[in-house]
Write a protein that binds this ligand. Structure first.
Ligand code: BT5
Length: 273
């Protein structure tokens, strides 16, 4: 197994200006998102700054969306949660997940020979033996101020790096790891650095007025595909074709009667059919 990551090595290796310049690496936590949220909500003077990154080698209760689990064997993967204080309007809240998923796709493409893409809304996929497999998932949580702006947001990402094929977790979207997809182990530190460096660049681009949505939409393997959209509270569902996304990252799905639906990630589960 690869050496465990350490704060000194991470901060010295990173060529970022602010993202990850303050970080903490813990051998084991329940959930990196939950722990970082507690640190932020304590609200004391030593509350972590924007750009703070919490890394861990193992999560006892790693979480996905909608109370799902995220599992990875100790030391096998990249498991981290990042703190942002964007002050963006609510309509741009999903942009963080877009930026993080784009940076993950680019980092994976830079360190492997894999084709990487995105399954709406938050799955990072790689092509393995002619089909797409989930290699990474993203979980964004945050808090809006009274003015409707995104005060702070925590974005957690798990990237399956060196999980052997026979230790991959179960998943409705077939999971893989970079090791399982390439047959070679991948060094985590350079992958982490490329990811954070690219993410910082993309995030700073938003400050300069650039929306990530066109770049992100370009990577979506979901577009043009038939999908089943299921509302997870009512379980009502319909079939349609995923046509495009709007500027907020909602998916526009045309049903069989020709009606266009705006689908938000919070409300539905998507299955490719
Ligand atoms: C996600 O949720 O894909 C978001 C995963 C976010 C994980 C990070 S790790 C750091 C931070 N701290 C946390 O506690 N979480 C974040 P979702 O789209 O709901 O997918 C969850 C589903 O993926 C599960 O129901 C499983 O079927 C499957 N799954 C679990 N572990 C997996 C893995 N390692 N690789 C691929 N699929 C997995």
């Amino acid at each position: 197994m690869e050496k465990f990551l350490s704060e000194t090595v991470v901060t010295h290796s990173l060529a970022t200006r602010w993202l990850g310049k303050k970080c903490q690496v813990l051998p084991e936590v329940d959930s990196a998102n939950d722990l970082l949220k507690e640190m932020v909500q304590q609200g004391s003077d030593d509350s972590p700054p924007a750009g703070f990154v919490l890394l861990t080698e193992y999560q006892r209760k790693g979480r996905g969306r909608l109370a799902r689990h995220w599992e990875a064997p100790k030391g096998s993967s990249l498991l981290l949660s990042m703190l942002f204080r964007p002050n963006w309007p609510a309509a741009q809240a999903n942009w963080l997940t877009m930026l993080v998923s784009l940076a993950a796709v680019e980092a994976i493409a830079a360190h492997t020979n894999l084709e990487a893409g995105l399954k709406w809304p938050n799955d990072v996929m790689v092509r393995q033996e002619n089909s797409w497999h989930k290699v990474s998932g993203i979980l964004q949580e945050g808090s809006f101020g009274g003015d409707g702006r995104l005060q702070w947001a925590i974005v957690g990402i798990g990237i399956n790096v060196n999980i052997p094929a026979d230790e991959l977790p179960e998943g409705i979207t077939p999971p893989t790891s970079l090791l399982a997809a390439t047959g070679q182990s991948v060094s985590r530190l350079p992958l982490l650095c490329t990811f954070l460096e690219r993410l910082e660049e993309l995030y700073d681009g938003v400050g300069n007025g650039r929306s990530p949505q066109p770049l992100w939409q370009n990577k979506l393997i979901t577009l043009g595909q038939p999908v089943r959209v299921t509302h997870h509270q009512t379980s009502n569902s319909f079939m349609g074709i995923a046509e495009a996304t709007d500027s907020a990252g909602h998916l526009l799905v045309r049903d069989e009667a020709g009606k266009l639906h705006t689908v938000t990630a919070a409300d539905v589960t998507l299955r490719e059919k």
